[in-house]
Design a protein around this ligand. Sequence first.
Ligand SMILES: [Zn+2]
Length: 304
Amino acid sequence: MEKISYQLIIFVFYFFLTIGFPGTASCADERPAWTLHPAKLAIGQVGLFSISDVPATRMTATFLNRPVYFHPASGSLAALLPVDISTPPGKYPLTIEYEHIHHGTKKVITIQVEVHPYEFPVEELTLPEKMVTFPEEILKRIQDEKEAVDAVFEETNMSLLWNGGFIKPVEGDIVGLFGSRRILNGEERSRHMGVDIRGKEGTPIRCANSGRVALASDFYLLGSTVILNHGQGVFTIYCHLSKAAVKEGQQVAKGESLGEIGATGRATGPHLHWGAVICGARVDPLSLIEATAMVAEMRNSKAN
Ligand SMILES: [Zn+2]
């Protein structure tokens, strides 16, 4: 009889230790505070998720079957949440797993993130037929080049190189929107996977953030192209350059010139085609500027 009471006391003690004593204030251990900016994500957009008060070691997270990488940002942890352009609207879980810093207990937090539809614009363009219909050998070259570009985006585990907010690589009007459905010579052909920024031939193009040159090459459709790897799966793409001024493997700093505006590849006039890919998700690069502007503020406020 005495033995049973002893076991009961142990059980009750363990029970309260595990779930917390009733009536106590919310325990920071169990209730991390988080924010998402913007609060509602749309297809083809990237948001900034931040979380604080997580007593964690070995934290890993996934969203839409992609890894989510956290980095310290002013007392909290921040991560980019990209939504690929092909994602159907709906609610998707952001799953965060960690081990408790003190007692090693495995924890899982699941946050439902709403992904909203977005009506992408339709752009009708009339181009010379040779810019739309290609002979067999050119089609093969275009396909090979697409595969070479896609292979670059597979390196998603390089350490963080970007810091603070991404910047627009050239000043100038946006003349082609991300995600627009392109009707070329009356036929719907492809989605526009970047933004087109108008600029004069020879205008310097700035690196949107610090990183490493993952690719600098000439392509049939994209023309002279540079891809920067900013680490943690974040890439920015620059096309139709008159000439690239950087070499593969080179480290670059935010704001540094990587080349000049041109009209190489399939381009009707000088402009920069600028794209962004995050862990394989194709997103609007302008939303990357918006999402990371918050990171800059957080880091700056810490420095002030
Ligand atoms: Zn473009």
